[in-house]
Structures are given as structure tokens and as C-alpha cells.
Design a protein around this ligand. Structure first.
Ligand SMILES: [Cu+2]
Length: 237
């Protein structure tokens, strides 16, 4: 009995395969939009000192850990539907791209759908080594040397979850985030904290909001056909 319980627990702890997603025509879908805000201290005025390749990387890079706009709007928060069985074609979403640019990851935070290729590029005349880790921060997802300016490499992202990009070429400050989602219903908040997710089939869903330094929150939302639902929440303390 004891061993059976252990086996069950082990099964539960293993990351299961992502729920299959079916592409269907979404007629009269709804939308979810809103503003994510915070009262946390903004990092907008802060910079991080550069210690290598200053000619390309400049003397400092912006501290993007908590970018806050007008009225407390939080940038770079990722809003995503946890599970959607069927809906819009992921090809309608922008192609995910992670640029090494002036020794920063651009964009700083983004989302994409599992099974899609992530394009990693080097825009700089210096070596970057994009080393990505999973949500534990310990397990490598991929590790890519990019010695050539203009280089582009595609990596198919096979697992749902967080991918955190660091650089092993001595640019210790480089930090980028890619949320790999089960479905194409996601958005990243803009500089004012606003987001919009469209063409959602009607139904009840769990939506999460994630920010690299302010954590995560979970919300139950109902999407009605042809209607606009809203989600507004405050992240952090
Ligand atoms: Cu680098």
C-alpha cells in the first residue's frame, strides 16, 4: 500500500505531457483585457554596470527588473490562459524571437506556444552564449554559443513552462524570460501595464499573471461569446 501511494505521488510530481490543443475556427470569440499594476518600487531609474565589451554593451544597461509606467502600470507581466482545449491558430501570434542586442535580451519577457520554434539571434559584433534554464533555475533547456553577428538559430520549445535566458559569455547581467504556454492565449503587458487577449472561445478559464520579480497570481475568468471581459490586478506588496 505504501509503495503504491509513493508511486502515485511520483506520478503526480512528474511533469505530464501538455494537454493537446486543437486549432479550430473561433467564431464570435470573446476577449480578455485589462491593466496589471503594482505598488512595488520601480527600477526604471536604475541601471546595471557593464563589466565587459563596453564598446557594444555601453557603460550600463537598464535595470528591467520592475518597470512601472503611469498609474502604477506594470510592464513585462505575462498573462496566460493555463488550459484551452481548442481555439485560434498559433500562427496568428507574432513569431517568438529572442534577440541578443546591445548585451540585453530583447524582449525582456515574452510568451509563446509549446511546439513552436523560438528564434535566437545575435545582433552584436561580440560573442554571446545564450544559456537557458527551466523554472527551477538549475536545469538547462538549451545552451547556444552565438559567435557571429547576424546569426539566427531556431529552437523548438518542447515543454510548457518558464525559460530563463542567461549569458555564459561574461555578460552576467543579461536576463530574459520566455513563458512557453499550452495554448496561444497569452499576452505581455506593455509599458503602461495593459494587455489584450483576443478570439477566446466562450467558457470558464484559469488565467495566471506572472512577473519575474513580483511573483504570480491566479484568476478565474468567464469569457462570453462576442464579449469583452476584463482582468485588473495588483502584483507584489
Ligand atoms: Cu552575452
Amino acid at each position: 500500500m505504501k509503495s503504491m501511494v509513493c508511486a502515485l505521488v511520483a506520478l503526480c510530481l512528474m511533469a505530464g505531457p501538455a494537454l493537446a490543443y486543437e486549432i479550430v475556427a473561433v467564431e464570435d470569440g470573446g476577449s480578455l483585457s485589462g491593466t496589471i499594476t503594482t505598488k512595488a518600487a520601480a527600477s526604471n531609474a536604475k541601471t546595471i554596470a557593464v563589466t565587459k565589451d563596453e564598446g557594444t554593451c555601453h557603460a550600463t544597461v537598464p535595470d528591467e527588473s520592475c518597470l512601472v509606467g503611469e498609474k502604477g502600470g506594470l510592464a513585462n507581466a505575462i498573462v496566460y490562459f493555463v488550459e484551452v482545449e481548442a481555439g485560434k491558430d498559433p500562427a496568428t501570434m507574432p513569431d517568438p524571437m529572442l534577440q541578443n542586442k546591445e548585451c540585453r535580451y530583447v524582449p525582456h519577457a515574452q510568451a509563446m506556444m509549446v511546439g513552436q520554434p523560438l528564434v535566437i539571434t545575435n545582433e552584436d559584433p561580440v560573442l554571446h552564449n545564450t544559456h537557458t534554464y527551466d523554472g527551477t533555475g538549475e536545469k538547462t533547456v538549451f545552451n547556444l554559443a552565438l559567435p557571429i553577428q547576424g546569426q539566427k538559430i531556431k529552437k523548438k520549445m518542447k515543454r510548457v513552462g518558464l525559460v530563463n535566458a542567461k549569458c555564459d559569455a561574461g555578460h552576467t547581467w543579461m536576463n530574459g524570460y520566455v513563458w512557453v504556454n499550452q495554448n496561444p492565449y497569452y499576452a505581455v503587458t506593455d509599458a503602461a501595464g495593459n494587455f489584450e487577449i483576443t478570439d477566446v472561445p466562450e467558457g470558464d478559464y484559469t488565467v495566471k499573471v506572472w512577473h519575474a520579480t513580483l511573483g504570480e497570481s491566479e484568476h478565474e475568468v468567464t469569457i462570453d461569446a462576442g464579449s469583452a471581459a476584463s482582468l485588473t490586478t495588483v502584483m507584489g506588496k
